[in-house]
Write a protein that binds this ligand. Structure first.
Ligand SMILES: Cc1ncc(C[n+]2csc(CCOP(=O)(O)OP(=O)(O)O)c2C)c(N)n1
Length: 356
């Protein structure tokens, strides 16, 4: 086998191969009965994330949300699968594409939508927008849009927990481009040295804005192999299969929790919409329609729904009722956000410096 395939290098090659072969021969392994409940709950979690993001896209042109938005539509399985493997008191951090992680970790939808409207009721008091979400009660310690910057902060959280003897796991969600920042290497080295209880969950969607993997990284090794080079335990797999993601993340969380050190998780996935904004950008020509359609065929929601249907465990009536309830919840969140006040001018300098 050629070296570039044998090494599963370029996650691009790996993922494209997965996409193509799966698109031609859809994989629908049956779900073990013990996992039907989990699968149903993962489907619900992914559907909620997608409906929220579609609502954001639909309403964006109203000019009420004046922050950039980076949607995860198509990538929901990673957020849902990883977060379902965590405990409520575990911690998570994310970058610019943060809505799915925030919601999957149990963040407050009303506070997220208000934040995107710049309102005082937002989860950052309306000061941050889509790329600065935080919900301490849910253990979501924040989204930070400087690519790669979340990695050392999350590593610091895990270090602090280890120093203080707090038994929990921290997850740093990152994209493939974040692995190109120097701080990624410093953090992984530090985490491995100190055997920190952290999972680096890399959603490899093949692109950094419009730059594909092939112009950014050699095709002689996969991203997870960089982490292995720092001595970390690594796991990788189909990031559009929520049950598979959950299995990998549960494995990672168990070893991190057992004191066995950090784990790097690489999940192959794909974003459907434009890099930043509510629309579509295939016409720009940075990716082919063929590639895009192959990944659309791997829709994590449709795949899980089909597997549940094949297992005679999909209740269409109950699902329709749940979707209606989610839509009511979303409509309420938008209405409340639009009716909420903006932060007072007098509070402009608040929170700039931490209290002594
Ligand atoms: C340090 C830094 N450099 C550049 C940017 C501009 N930028 C925003 S998103 C992005 C690409 C991020 O790609 P990836 O981390 O793979 O996540 P994805 O957008 O694919 O989810 C870049 C380069 C930034 N925000 N921060």
């Amino acid at each position: 086998m050629p070296r570039h395939l044998a090494s599963a290098s370029a996650a691009a090659a790996l993922a494209t191969a997965t996409a193509t072969s799966t698109a031609m021969t859809p994989m629908t392994p049956s779900i073990p009965s013990a996992q039907l409940e989990l699968a149903t709950s993962l489907l619900r979690s992914m559907e909620r994330i997608r409906l929220v993001e579609e609502a954001i896209a639909d309403r964006y042109s109203r000019q009420q949300m004046r922050c950039p938005v980076h949607l995860s539509i198509g990538q929901e399985a990673a957020a849902a699968g990883v977060c379902a493997a965590l405990r409520a008191d575990d911690l998570a951090m994310s970058g610019h594409r943060s809505h799915a992680h925030y919601l999957a970790k149990g963040g407050n939808l009303d506070a997220m939508i208000a934040e995107m409207h710049g309102r005082a009721t937002g989860c950052c008091g309306g000061r941050g927008g889509s790329m600065h979400l935080i919900d301490r009660a849910a253990g979501f310690l924040g989204a930070v849009p400087i690519v790669g910057s979340t990695i050392p902060i999350a590593t610091g959280l895990a270090f602090a927990d280890k120093q203080r003897g707090i038994q929990r796991v921290t997850v740093a969600f990152l994209g493939d481009a974040a692995t190109e920042e120097g701080v990624f290497h410093e953090s992984l080295n530090f985490a491995q040295l100190h055997r920190l209880p952290i999972i680096y969950a890399c959603e490899n969607n093949l692109y950094s804005v419009y730059s594909p993997m092939r112009v950014r990284q050699p095709d002689t090794r996969a991203i997870h192999q960089i982490a292995a080079g720092h001595g970390l335990r690594t796991l990788h797999g189909d990031g559009n299969d929520a049950l598979a993601v959950h299995a990998l993340a549960s494995d990672a969380a168990a070893s991190a929790r057992a004191g066995e050190g950090p784990v790097f998780l690489e999940l192959a996935t794909y974003r459907w919409r434009e890099h930043c904004g509510p629309g579509w950008d295939n016409h720009i020509g940075y990716r082919t329609e063929e590639e895009y359609l192959a990944w659309r065929a791997l829709d994590p929601i449709a795949r899980l729904q089909k597997r549940l249907t094949d297992a005679h465990a999909f209740d269409a009536t109950a699902y329709a009722t749940e979707i209606k309830a989610i839509q009511v919840e979303i409509d309420r969140a938008f209405a409340a956000a639009e009716a909420a006040p903006f932060p007072a001018n007098a509070s402009m300098a608040d929170h700039v410096y931490a209290a002594a």
